[in-house]
Design a protein around this ligand. Structure first.
Ligand code: CTP
Length: 399
């Protein structure tokens, strides 16, 4: 469950912070990609370097001194899970009332991922009505609360307030991930394409485009995280989303072959790939040299895979196309929706800053039948993926 998942590990300022080091190590051992976030008081108990050395990346300690302009939204939006150990009385209070006064609470407020809180404090504090009321509020909102246990506390005292054991915390993280959203795509087979195709001119040259595949990979990762059985047909050499069947292709013809073969039993097909509309009629098998003169490359059209899928779609299958436009993407997206006979089209303006090709962020308009129109972003591509899959579910449940 944890393998390949992005986990934000928040560490609060309590003596139990030293045990968070063990939690960090166990999460990493389970294959999670851990982003540690330490509060200012946590740093009085443990060092950031310890977490940086154990985790997959440098520990973050401040809203203001992170590599990202907006670390809380980057962390929150990309996270598959946020776990806080130890969760102090202050953290519980700040999170319960939405007081975003540091990086950790801001991240908690900026995430839609499941959250696991592991309170640890002295018994008197834990049993205080204010703390109990905050825990109650957070539980009602769906936050998972693990512990505290009963046992030895700092200063030799004994009683409720002890941080849950690290293996219990890691198990709670796995089960929170497993139960997230109740797996609202469970039982669906989703086929996603990603990246730009490369059409060979000769042994070393190709006709291509600037698509990075990041949006398609984010869609595959999000669909898998929500319980779908996912196949990703990709040209991109990006990290492999967890639990996803991956098929690597290069050309439009290879992508077409892979998609047509696997579309028979797909409930949802998302064509996020930027597929070439034309390819060289004949590729030269050796390398062309300058001395050979300027080659004449004759182009021929490729199959419009999306239109072909629409023409042969099986009942109950949802088809989603993409439209990379220069300028307002809406007219082009609406036109493709009609022309290709698909259910949804996701349009974006690739001339806008930070949008589309190669970026981690995107801003899209999702259009569908009956004039349905939804603007999403600018936001992380994972957030856009979430919105596209929500639109797919809405479409499938429409009468
Ligand atoms: N697509 C496809 N097969 C192709 C080309 C594109 O399935 N040979 C899909 C893409 O994956 C994407 C959508 O169709 O989902 C994009 O439509 P397309 O017509 O290629 O867009 P453009 O070429 O950008 O626009 P236009 O046709 O208006 O030139």
């Amino acid at each position: 469950m944890l393998h390949g998942r992005r986990v934000v590990l928040g560490v609060g300022g309590g003596i139990a912070a030293y045990k968070a080091v063990d939690v960090c190590r166990r999460l990493v051992d389970a294959g999670a990609l851990v982003s540690p976030v330490l509060t200012a008081s946590a740093l009085r108990f443990v060092g950031a370097t310890t977490f940086s050395a154990l985790a997959s990346e440098r520990a973050r300690t401040s809203l203001w001194e992170s590599p990202e302009v907006s670390p809380h939204t980057t962390l929150g939006q990309r996270a598959d899970l946020v776990v806080v150990a130890p969760a102090t009385a202050r953290l519980l209070a700040a999170y319960a009332v939405g007081l975003a006064d540091d990086l950790l609470v801001s991240t908690l407020l900026a995430t839609r991922a499941p959250v696991v809180l592991c309170p640890a404090m002295h018994t008197e504090m834990w049993e205080h009505p204010a703390v109990q009321a905050n825990v109650e509020t957070l539980s009602t909102r769906g936050v998972h609360v693990v512990g505290p246990g009963d046992g030895r506390l700092a200063g030799g005292d004994c009683g409720p307030g002890r941080l849950a054991e690290p293996d219990e915390i890691v198990a709670a993280c796995a089960s929170a991930l497993a139960g997230h959203r109740g797996g609202d795509l469970a039982g669906l087979r989703v086929l996603v394409t990603a990246g730009g195709t490369r059409e060979r001119i000769d042994a070393v040259r190709f006709l291509g485009n600037r698509s990075s595949g990041k949006q398609g990979h984010a869609l595959a990762a999000e669909a898998a995280a929500r319980g779908a059985e996912v196949t990703l047909v990709t040209t991109a050499g990006l990290a492999w989303p967890v639990g996803v069947e991956r098929i690597e292709v290069e050309t439009a013809a290879e992508l077409e072959h892979a998609v047509i073969e696997r579309s028979h039993d797909a409930d949802v097909v998302v064509m996020a790939a930027a597929v070439a509309d034309f390819r060289p009629k004949e590729a030269v098998s050796t390398k062309l040299h300058r001395a050979d003169g300027v080659p004449e490359v004759v182009l021929e059209p490729t199959t419009d895979i999306l239109a072909a899928l629409a023409a042969r779609r099986r009942p109950g299958q949802t088809l989603v196309g993409f439209a990379a436009e220069h300028g307002d993407p809406r007219p082009g997206a609406v036109e493709k929706l009609r022309r290709k006979g698909v259910d949804l089209v996701v349009g974006n303006d690739v001339s806008a800053p930070g949008v589309g090709f190669g970026h981690d962020t995107n801003a899209v308009v999702i259009v569908g039948a009956g004039g349905m129109e939804l603007n999403v972003g600018p936001a992380d591509k994972r957030v856009v993926a979430r919105a596209v899959l929500d639109a797919v579910l809405d479409h499938r449940s429409a009468p």
